[in-house]
Design a protein around this ligand. Structure first.
Ligand code: ARG
Length: 452
């Protein structure tokens, strides 16, 4: 191979981290070659124990100093060092094309468990933040304008549910990964009498791929996986945006823990929300990875193509990035503190304008009319620079004759959130139900058999 070609061709620096999965896949293959009497049982045993020795060596020494093209060539060469000639029988009926994607699926399924735990920790952090903020009422926003009051717990859980959907999505991607391609050969299947069902049992996959040509180039599960990671990045960027805004002096709704705030090299007073900004920034690469992977796959002719070698760095990057940000966010959520006085200071009476309209509706006024009346009242109050309860009684009656003096007394933050008691609303009872549902949903752990 030309010198200039070698670094382009090689992938060991990227795929080295598949070594355990490569050995596991190879041992299963060796066992099946023995069981199917493609090679003598004794030789199969030699291959399996030789691969154990290779594993020990790789665990101890790492990749350092090896110049093999990829992890598959490295393992095979080391196996030859251990057991000599018979190592050459391992690759009987197998191709690196079905081998690499078997390794990758095994890796992805395992990483999904680690990600699931890391994601569940963030979800747990949101639930516990919600649990400690049921009593706290804050402005709820649309268009980043004060809209209606909500319990702070409701805000926290509004970030919980989307992330739960993402956890599901990741579990689905894992379940899709659980289709075994081994036995597909380079493209046309295996000419020896191996039993792929036994291989599937041995490696713990749920299903077998149905078409060998499809199997060696199918990266659908990986696209789903990288997409799930992109969704998680997108979710977290929104949570982080709230954290940045709410921890600013202008809002002051919450304070990040000391361990998750950073100072400035120049301005001694600074307390920057870097954890949230870094996470928001990382969403960019998680989203970019979706396009990167689809672009690698797009337009490939049938079967394996070497372009696919580039799938790994994308998948690994998505997983690594998530494993960087998820623990930091879990820590952030554990230490973040609401600042009730600052929140109370920002609650503007106009947050209750809808409740004023609802008051009229309960007296039989059509909602559209009630909406108009309150809009006029808000304008009048603004003109006077007053809150509605500071206006003279006539002003209310002028806005609508159905307003009686009791209206102002009933106008509280608590009454407003309590009025919304249907499922998914802000009343204490609804929030308590929501919290219990969230806890129960979170408790369902990833089922390794993939039926989740
Ligand atoms: N390193 C290769 C990859 O990651 C392994 C498969 C090589 N197959 C081939 N036909 N050259 O895709």
């Amino acid at each position: 191979m030309a010198d200039e070609m070698v670094p382009l061709n090689d992938s060991l620096s990227v795929d080295f981290r598949l070594w355990e999965h490569d050995i596991r896949g190879s041992q299963a293959w060796a066992r099946e070659l023995g069981r199917a009497a493609v090679i003598p049982q004794k030789e199969a045993e030699t291959l399996v124990s030789g691969l154990d020795a290779v594993a020990e060596r790789l665990a101890a020494d790492g990749v350092g100093g090896h110049t093999d093209e990829d992890i598959h060539s490295l393992v095979e060469r080391l196996l030859h060092d251990e057991i000599g000639e018979v190592a050459g029988k391992l690759h009987t009926g197998r191709s690196r094309n079905d081998q690499v994607v078997t390794d990758l699926r095994l890796w992805g399924m395992e990483a999904a468990r680690v990600l699931d735990d890391a994601l569940s920790a963030v979800l747990g952090g949101l639930v516990s933040l919600a649990g400690r903020s049921v009593d706290l009422i804050m402005p709820g926003y649309t268009h980043l304008q004060q809209a209606q009051p909500v319990r702070a717990a409701h805000w926290a859980l509004s970030h919980f549910w989307p992330l739960m959907r993402d956890r599901d999505r990741l579990r689905q991607a894992r379940a899709r990964a659980s289709s075994l391609p081994l036995g597909s050969g380079a493209l046309a299947g295996c000419p020896f009498p191996i039993d792929r069902d036994r291989l599937r049992d041995d490696l713990g996959f749920d299903r077998l791929s149905e078409n060998s040509m499809d199997a060696v180039s199918d990266r659908d599960w990986m696209v789903d996986y990288v997409f799930a990671a992109g969704m998680i990045g997108t979710r977290l960027s929104r949570l982080c945006e709230d954290l940045v805004i709410f921890s600013s002096r202008e809002f002051g709704y919450l304070r990040l823990g000391d361990g998750f705030s950073t100072g400035s090299s120049l301005m001694p007073q600074k307390r920057n929300p870097d954890v949230a900004e870094l996470t928001r920034g990382k969403a960019g690469r998680l989203i970019g990875n979706i396009t990167a992977l689809l672009t690698v796959i797009k337009g490939l002719p049938t079967g394996y193509n070497r372009d696919l070698q580039d799938d790994k760095s994308i998948l690994f990057d998505s997983v690594d990035t998530l494993l960087l940000i998820l623990p930091a966010l879990t820590g952030t959520l554990a230490e973040v503190k609401f600042q009730p006085e600052n929140i109370a200071a920002q609650l503007d009476w106009q947050l209750l304008a809808t409740d004023l309209a609802d008051y009229l509706v309960k007296k039989g006024v059509p909602f559209r009319k009630a909406h108009d009346a309150v809009a006029h009242l808000v304008l009048a109050a603004e003109r006077e620079g007053k809150a509605v309860h500071e206006l003279p009684e006539d002003a209310l009656r002028e806005a609508h004759p159905e307003f009686s003096p009791d209206v102002v007394a009933g106008l509280t933050w608590e009454a407003s959130v309590e009025a919304r008691a249907s499922v998914g609303g802000t009343a204490r009872s609804a929030i308590e139900t929501q919290l219990a549902t969230a806890q129960a949903a979170l408790a369902g752990r990833l089922d390794l058999n993939g039926d989740d």
